[in-house]
Design a protein around this ligand. Structure first.
Ligand code: AMP
Ligand code: ZN
Length: 437
């Protein structure tokens, strides 16, 4: 196996299942003790009468309490810190953010380990210090920016913080700097390809591109293949979430047979979202992660709400870290569009501010010309039929939604009674992107 990087502790990558289990038990015990510094966990451990002696295997994680996104919101901003703030050096927040963002803290060691994780992934798919890595993802609070930046630098690559958007400049960088690898959200790469075509740039002939890391948003196997065929470049699925650090949590190896989730950093459980009991390997359930190597803000049994399944615990590549299927959906109503997390309730909150609007609305997610987009249809109350007024109303709604959810959807005002009325629980979101396949 090709893991002889001097930087990346390759010995952890090739652990046997037995060794993984031993290391996880050790790290879970450490994490348990460390979490006693967090009043939220200390109280729960006491109520549940738990002590470190209860932890003798990774499976004993099931004795511990769950943590939810709501817990992060309730303790906002620093309530789940396990070290004094003076020991923290970075703060990120979950993408999408308005209202109640979730804040994640990092110590210097957390950042170092995170960079190692990302570097491990990039090495795994064949990148080396002589590669040129262009990070075409959003920077700022979104972890895909700095996460990949530090990871690619850790590997020793020349790293270009191109950030998102501005395709003409991206293409210029790719050509001028000899970019061999790009990290971007998948929906952006299809857009980039269109602009290359408009510019007469053939990625196979005119660039040195060979590897893409694509992630931060759901995408289907078909979408991956389409991207690979457009550019003639291998595209590897990258899973991350800010609560666990950011990108680097799970990544595909060259076999492209599911995401290796790094079990020296996380204990992975797949549970039934209703009963919260474990489901057998191969069955779809909710991904629950415990971070066992984090200082600033370790999270125990964090309910990610992402739905997936275990594909295997061995791999022809020689790594025995659990392989999970690409994400199959969410067990809550969160929408991930162009890498941004959006809850329908954020949209509803804005719509309901307008007295001209009724309370029936429908959010449709679709792919038009390779671009993922959102259309918000909402019924107007009777009596609002002045065309000019409707037009300016549409514009104002779009503007306010843009402020709230960080991207501007198409807004369509429709007459009362024209949207489907569902029996029972209202269907507010129709996803035609076919991203979860
Ligand atoms: P954030 O914490 O803002 O980075 O968002 C994390 C969420 O983005 C995850 O819980 C997933 O729902 C989604 N996500 C990230 N990477 C992927 C991926 N490779 N495939 C599908 N969904 C993803
Ligand atoms: Zn593998």
């Amino acid at each position: 196996m090709d893991v002889k990087s001097p930087y990346l502790h390759p010995e952890y990558e090739t652990l046997s299942r037995e060794e993984i289990s031993k290391l996880q038990t050790e790290r879970l015990r450490e994490t348990f003790e460390h979490c006693k510094n967090v009043p939220f966990y200390a109280k729960k451990f006491k109520e549940m009468n738990l002590s470190v002696e209860d932890i003798n295997s990774p499976e004993d994680v099931r004795k511990l309490p769950f943590t939810t996104k709501q817990d992060l919101r309730d303790t906002y901003p620093f309530g789940l810190a396990a070290v004094p703030l003076s020991e923290c050096v970075r703060l990120h927040s979950s993408s999408g953010t308005t209202g109640n963002p979730t804040v994640i803290l990092h110590t210097q060691r957390d950042l170092d380990e995170w960079a190692n994780q990302v570097a491990r992934n990039l090495w795994m798919v064949g990148l080396r210090p002589d590669d040129v890595f262009q990070n075409s993802s959003g920077y700022g609070m979104f972890t895909g920016g700095l996460g990949f930046q530090y990871g690619a630098e850790r590997l020793g690559m020349l790293t270009v913080p191109a950030a998102a958007g501005n395709s003409l400049r991206q293409i210029k960088f790719i050509k001028d700097f000899g970019t061999t690898a790009i990290h971007a959200i998948p929906s952006y790469l299809t857009r980039l390809y269109e602009v290359m075509q408009e510019q007469g740039v053939d990625p196979r002939k005119d660039t040195k591109l060979k590897v893409f890391a694509i992630g931060a948003e759901p995408h289907s196997e078909e979408q991956r293949k389409r991207i690979e065929n457009m550019f003639g470049v291998k595209a590897y699925n990258s899973f991350g979430m800010s609560e666990m650090c950011g990108p680097g949590v799970g990544f595909e190896c060259k076999e492209q047979n599911g995401l290796h989730f790094w079990e020296d950093y996380y204990i992975v459980e797949i549970v039934d979202p209703d009963t919260l009991e474990p489901v057998p390997d191969g069955e779809i359930g909710e991904l629950v992660l415990t971070s066992i190597r984090r200082e600033a803000m370790p999270l125990i049994r964090y309910r990610t709400r992402d739905l997936t399944r275990v594909l295997g615990r061995t791999c022809p590549c020689g790594r025995n870290h659990v392989r999970l299927d690409r994400m199959k959906g969410r067990s809550d109503d969160m929408i991930v569009l162009r890498g941004v997390n959006i809850f329908p309730i954020q949209i509803e909150k804005i719509l309901m501010k307008f007295p001209e609007l009724g309370s029936n609305y429908l959010i449709t997610l679709s792919t038009e010309d390779n671009n993922d987009q959102m259309t918000v249809e909402v019924e107007v109350n009777e009596g609002t039929d002045d065309f000019a007024k409707l037009q300016s109303l549409e514009k104002e709604i779009r503007h306010q939604l843009g402020d709230e959810i960080l991207l501007k959807p198409i807004v369509r005002l429709v007459s009362k009674g024209s949207l489907p009325v569902s029996e029972g629980k209202a269907v507010r979101v129709v996803d035609k992107r076919k991203v979860y396949q």
